[in-house]
Structures are given as structure tokens and as C-alpha cells.
Design a protein around this ligand. Structure first.
Ligand code: SF4
Ligand code: SF4
Length: 276
């Protein structure tokens, strides 16, 4: 059975917030709210480095690391368990969703979520549909909302908007139950972490940090991109040449970790949006 999940490669993430902005545009997220936030590890403000400045007595060794955070689509989702009207539920493909017609705004789910992933519409939400795609209907006052993994796009065979729009190719979406999927290869071949693993929620978002993964020809599997038509690689070519001389790194086995020698130069998601 399909079980969707996300890998976020923190070594690639440059903290540009494109995922956060594209999420707001795609999902018509109200002003002042975010379903997808990019946190800076080491500080409580955007672009706060960890480490200490020499003038403050530190070594001067500063480090920036970003942690994009949204609903983790937990397998054992506390929000699903506490919802008294079954407005929050898990789809057959593992995506945790909210039925906004059923939501009574009790906010039990917000209290239960250890990831602070949900937001509540206290007032009539102020939206700017002219700035977005308008594909997702606005939610009313008095309900809780959150990331859906762009289920409306997934249902059409498309990657989530944050994945397509990440210029660093730091986000990989796919089927965790398919051992051949790119997300499964990343989880199996690299050391990835889940947030707050001790809570037993088994989040479906996995974080990769500590080593730079090689460039890859595809972001996820079995997904299409509406941008494929303009991709320079879409003209019958199945693999993207990843080297300057046009040689194809996928010859080395297709696994993200199987590229021999120096890591292949990263292939930005030009045109294709990182989808295959
Ligand atoms: S779009 Fe990609 S690089 Fe930019 S903040 Fe999000 S994950 Fe990081
Ligand atoms: S991250 Fe929070 S809102 Fe998302 S499934 Fe887990 S408990 Fe529910």
C-alpha cells in the first residue's frame, strides 16, 4: 500500500523559504499563518547562526543549519486520536487530513501535536487568492488547518508544491513502502532522523544531515510535474546528465549513494521542478 513520506536534506537546504512561500500560495494559507516554517537551528530568529561571535567570547566558529518544519504526517498521530468528531483522519496513503466541515474548533489536536504543526483560524481568515493558485478552497473561521502534503496535487500525480519549488532540491517526496523509491533509498542508505522520535509518533518526514548527498536525476518517483513540458530533459531523455561533460551519473546504479568518487555536481531542478 502506498505510504507517502518526505525526506528533507538539511545539508542542501539554504533556508531560502521558497517552500514556505510556495506552500502559502498553493494552499491559500491565511495571512500571518504558515503551514510550513523554516526554522534556524541555533537561534530563535531567521538566519541566527549557532556558535559564538568573538566579541561575545565565542570562538567565531559559526554555523547555519535550517530545519523546514510542517505537519509530519505521523503514523501514530496524536491529533487523530484526540479529535472528538473524527474531523482529523489518516488517508489510506498515509496523509493526515482535516475535514473542515466536521471540525468544531475545539483545538484538542493543537494541544496534542508535539510539532506545533497546526494553526487555528481565530478570525475570518485574510487571504490573498490573487497571489496564489486558488486550487485549494479557503478554510472558514473557527477551524484548525495544517499541511496536507498537497494532497490535491498528489491525487493528480504531482509532487507537493514545496518539493517542486525547492531550488536546492532539498525535499524528496515519495512512497515509503516502496523499497525502490527515492525516499526509501535515502532513508536506507543515509542516517536520517525523525523529530521527537521518543514520542512514538513515527513521523513520515525524515531529516538528513551530516553528509552531503550526491546530485540525483529525480526528486521523487511516479510523480509528474506540470513543468515537465518545459524541461530541457523532458525530450525523451529519461536521465539527467549530471556532469558538465554530459556523462550520466545514473549509470552507477541509480542509487543516490552509489555515485563513485567525488560526489556528482548537484543538478538543480531546472524546469522539471525536480520531478520525474
Ligand atoms: S525551499 Fe528548499 S532550500 Fe529553500 S528553505 Fe525550503 S527546503 Fe530549504
Ligand atoms: S505533526 Fe501534528 S498535526 Fe501532523 S500528524 Fe503529527 S500530530 Fe498530527
Amino acid at each position: 500500500m502506498t505510504n507517502y513520506g518526505l525526506v528533507i536534506d538539511q545539508e542542501r537546504c539554504i533556508g531560502c523559504q521558497a517552500c514556505a512561500v510556495s506552500c502559502k500560495q498553493e494552499n491559500n494559507v491565511p495571512m500571518g499563518q504558515f503551514w510550513n516554517r523554516v526554522l534556524t537551528e541555533g537561534g530563535d530568529k531567521i538566519d541566527t547562526p549557532s556558535g559564538g561571535y568573538p566579541e561575545d567570547g565565542g570562538s567565531g566558529s559559526l554555523d547555519m543549519e535550517y530545519q523546514p518544519t510542517a505537519c509530519q504526517h505521523c503514523e501514530n498521530a496524536p491529533c487523530v486520536k484526540v479529535c472528538p468528531v473524527n474531523a482529523t483522519y489518516t488517508r489510506d496513503d498515509g496523509i493526515v487530513e482535516i475535514d473542515y466541515d466536521k471540525c468544531i474548533g475545539c483545538r484538542y489536536c493543537m494541544a496534542a501535536c508535539p510539532y506545533n504543526a497546526r494553526v487555528f483560524n481565530w478570525d475570518e481568515p485574510e487571504q490573498m487568492p490573487e497571489e496564489g493558485t486558488g486550487d485549494v478552497a479557503a478554510r472558514p473561521q473557527g477551524v484548525v488547518e495544517k499541511c496536507t502534503f498537497c494532497s490535491h496535487r498528489v491525487d493528480e500525480g504531482l509532487d507537493p508544491a514545496c518539493v517542486v519549488n525547492c531550488p536546492a532540491d532539498a525535499r524528496i517526496f515519495g512512497d515509503l513502502d516502496d523499497e525502490g523509491s527515492t525516499v526509501s533509498k535515502y532513508i536506507n542508505e543515509y542516517e536520517t532522523d525523525q523529530l521527537l522520535e521518543d514520542r512514538g509518533t513515527n513521523p513520515k518526514t525524515h531529516y538528513l544531515s551530516g553528509e552531503m548527498s550526491p546530485g540525483r536525476p529525480q526528486t521523487s518517483d511516479k510523480m509528474e510535474s506540470e513543468l515537465d513540458d518545459v524541461s530541457p530533459w523532458s525530450d525523451g531523455a529519461e536521465d539527467v546528465p549530471s556532469d558538465a561533460d554530459g556523462s550520466d551519473s545514473s549509470d552507477s546504479g541509480g542509487s543516490p549513494h552509489s555515485i563513485e568518487g567525488d560526489a556528482a555536481p548537484h543538478v538543480p531542478a531546472v524546469g522539471s521542478g525536480g520531478d520525474d
